[in-house]
Write a protein that binds this ligand. Structure first.
Ligand SMILES: Cc1cc2nc3c(=O)[nH]c(=O)nc-3n(C[C@H](O)[C@H](O)[C@H](O)COP(=O)(O)OP(=O)(O)OC[C@H]3O[C@@H](n4cnc5c(N)ncnc54)[C@H](O)[C@@H]3O)c2cc1C
Length: 495
């Protein structure tokens, strides 16, 4: 992505607004039915709609706007029916401030959209206001200070591409079209985490618009409690308009090893994966999973990435793994990191319907693999997926209460789910997904990574933050006592 100047603050918004003097009055409806923060029906008058429209750099979208339908859709097609009353596409911090103030003053239900990848559809809502940060996509790298300032609506690809220009990186997730905003605020796990830590472990500061409309900086020196909370506490504390990350020297290549096995070797391959990854070096990332080939043959895939600078050392570690079993594909080669980050993009395309969850596994029991295999049934039009990733390394070197993200000792992250194109299967396949997870219950931990939440799990948010939850509630009480920011893995204020 080309670097653009990062214009923030009132001056930026006012200056740009001067170039868009068109009256928005003609497209504003006479009135709009909307939903409040407490889920009551309300009506917004034309004057009120214009008040928000006139405070925004870009045209405010209402259900009558030509671009409304495209703008309201998020990654997971399961939430396609959600119809917000208003969508404010914010380009500048001042747009965000005005939208937050409008939502608070009119007591509107408020959703905040970064990359739109919330699996549980939390970045869109029915009848409320959506603050859409997708116009805010600038990344500014300071190679001397080794920092990157990343605007709140960036995607992972924006950051990877820009930082790799300087031979540096922020560790983040594995699908390039995921949003930096939601991923970072929730924690951020990915290929580089065992070497460089979670995304939040590389966060230096956040610029955030809190519920009172103030623009605050949260860092180790300024508002340290808020800084602690946003590192894992999700979108509960405000709209993050930019993130400043510390950069790590890395790339452009890693050593990648890809192994593919037929399904009849699955049990042995998974047993081996769990045994090896329990003690593997921090310079190594590994996943094991199941997928379908282009001809719909179920396959077991195992991938290792060597993240150290000596590839020959990596080869030595990988050699015994490459000799295990009878893989039908066995590849070892240097891989361009940015290219690898996009490899999963097509399998995770926008607009399909997804039922996916992630849970932690701390003690591996081979019975779990047996169950996964039994229930991993093929169905017409349903693409099943399953993937397990090892935590540890640099992730575990941080204390569980040093940030809001408490899972520092978690061993593996298991993700199982499915996607399909035809909405008529929603009930059937969601039932399948829920039953699948019910059978895995004895093997998984009660607490989980909140960014892997699916439909029925809101009640478990408190237990997932473990002993960090009371402190999160106190900080929520301070910054968002009325729960304006509630469409997320919600930390409920108690005052
Ligand atoms: C295909 C896919 C791959 C994924 N891979 C990974 C992975 O490798 N590692 C990983 O850790 N997670 C991964 N996730 C989970 C991901 O971290 C979450 O879905 C995350 O919420 C996505 O962020 P987003 O900005 O795209 O989401 P959105 O849907 O825009 O937002 C999700 C939540 O974050 C809030 N939010 C987003 N941006 C901001 C902001 N700037 N300020 C305040 N609140 C904000 C929203 O209000 C909402 O509650 C993946 C998800 C998908 C769908």
């Amino acid at each position: 992505m080309k670097r653009r100047e990062f214009v923030t603050g009132a001056l930026g918004a006012a200056a740009t607004a001067a170039y868009f003097p068109t009256s928005r009055a003609s497209s504003a409806p006479a009135e709009l039915r909307a939903i409040t923060r407490t889920r009551q029906e309300t009506t917004l008058t034309r004057a009120e709609i214009l008040e928000l429209a006139d405070s925004q750099t870009q045209a405010l979208l209402t259900p009558n706007s030509p671009r409304y339908d495209a703008a309201r859709r998020v990654w997971n097609g399961m939430w396609d029916s959600a119809r917000p009353a208003l969508i404010a596409r914010c380009s500048y911090v001042e747009d965000v401030v005005n939208a937050v103030n409008f939502a608070r003053t009119h007591d509107l239900l408020l959703a905040v959209r970064g990359g739109g990848h919330s699996i549980s559809g939390k970045s869109v809502c029915d009848g409320g206001l959506v603050i859409d940060l997708s116009p805010m996509r600038s990344v500014i790298v300071d190679p001397l200070a080794r920092t990157a300032r990343v605007a709140g609506g960036c995607l992972l690809s924006d950051v990877d591409q820009e930082t790799q220009e300087y031979g540096m990186i922020v560790p983040a997730g594995v699908v390039a079209h995921t949003g930096v905003g939601g991923l970072t605020l929730g924690g951020g796990i990915g290929v580089l985490m065992r070497k460089f830590g979670l995304t939040i472990d590389n966060l230096r500061a956040v610029e955030i618009v809190t519920a009172d409309g103030e623009v605050r900086t949260a860092s180790a020196d300024e508002n340290p409690d808020l800084f602690w909370a946003v590192r894992g506490g999700g979108g509960n504390f405000g709209v993050a308009t930019s993130f400043t990350f510390n950069l790590n020297v890395f790339g452009p290549e890693l050593l990648g090893c890809g192994l593919v096995y037929p399904l009849d070797q699955a049990q042995a391959v998974f047993d081996k994966y769990f045994e090896f990854t329990e003690t593997m070096p921090s310079d190594m990332h590994g996943f094991a999973g199941m997928t379908l080939s282009d001809t719909r043959q179920p396959l077991v895939t195992v991938g290792y990435s060597w993240l150290g600078s000596s590839f020959s050392e990596g080869e030595r570690h990988l050699e015994p793994l490459r000799k295990f079993g009878k893989p039908v594909m066995n590849v070892l080669r240097p891989v361009n990191f940015v290219r690898q980050q996009s490899q999963g993009d097509d399998h995770n395309e926008h607009g399909r319907v997804y039922y996916i969850k992630g849970r932690h596994v701390n003690d591996y029991d081979p019975e779990m693999t047996k169950l996964i295999l039994e229930r991993w049934k093929l169905a017409p039009g349903r693409f099943n997926t399953m993937r397990i990733v090892r935590f540890g390394g640099a992730v575990s070197e941080v204390a569980s209460d040093a940030t809001a993200w408490p899972h520092r000792d978690a061993m593996w992250d298991l993700e199982v789910g499915a996607s399909w194109a035809d909405q008529k299967y929603n009930d059937e396949y969601v039932r399948w997904g829920r039953e699948y997870w019910d059978t895995l219950e004895p093997f998984i931990e009660e607490s989980f990574y909140v960014n892997e939440i699916m439909d029925e799990d809101q009640s478990k948010v408190a237990t997932s933050y473990e002993s960090n939850y009371p402190r999160l509630v106190n900080i929520k009480n301070q910054y968002d006592p009325k729960n304006l920011f509630q469409l997320n893995a919600n930390i409920k204020p108690n005052i």
